[in-house]
Design a protein around this ligand. Sequence first.
Ligand SMILES: [Zn+2]
Length: 235
Amino acid sequence: MLKQLYQLQLIEMEEKKELDKQRQSAEFQQLRKVKADFAHQKENYLQLEQDLAALNEQLAVFPAQLAELEEKISAENAAIYDGSVVNTRELSARESQIAALTEKLHELQSLESLYMGEREQKNATILELKRQMAHDYEDFTRLKSQVQQLQAEAKQHLEQLEQQRKELEATIPADELAWYESVKNKCGGTPVAMLNADHVCSGCHTIVPPITFKRTTLGQKTVCENCGRTLFVED
Ligand SMILES: [Zn+2]
């Protein structure tokens, strides 16, 4: 009966290997990485859009402010030339007013062009980010379909193993199965080991003493002294 339990153990190991293979596959790891990169890019993109909106809001007020200043300067100039200025003191006051307004106008103009440059730069960054995201999305779709393909293959294999396991379990008495379940988690999931003709334990690959081999052949309950696995002899 230990031989059947050993076969059951082999099937379980195979199932475990299949599940690990999925998680460790290069495609799965890459998919996770691309997903993380994409999320990061999306975060950047949203931030840029927000910055751009704020910048546009700031830029929207410039035309009115500039027009207002220009209007004031024109009014001052007009006053100088329409003959309403009566003395040199008033003239010099108006002239210095014009100079102050003009300086303010230039400051505002250079601030506006600074903001415009910033907007241009942000738009370029957004464009580049969009291009990168479209490229990554292609990678993502390709990897996803590869992973799905692998998962479908794994699922099929696991179903086959499940079927084999059920058929095998049906040939094993309930108490034997119960014993196996109770020790299953020992020795890394392989509590049963087979001795070959050279007395080598399949679990730890060491040679057991002749007496152990003899007793095992006689069908007595034996364990490997080295690894603790329950032994049986290969036919
Ligand atoms: Zn052993």
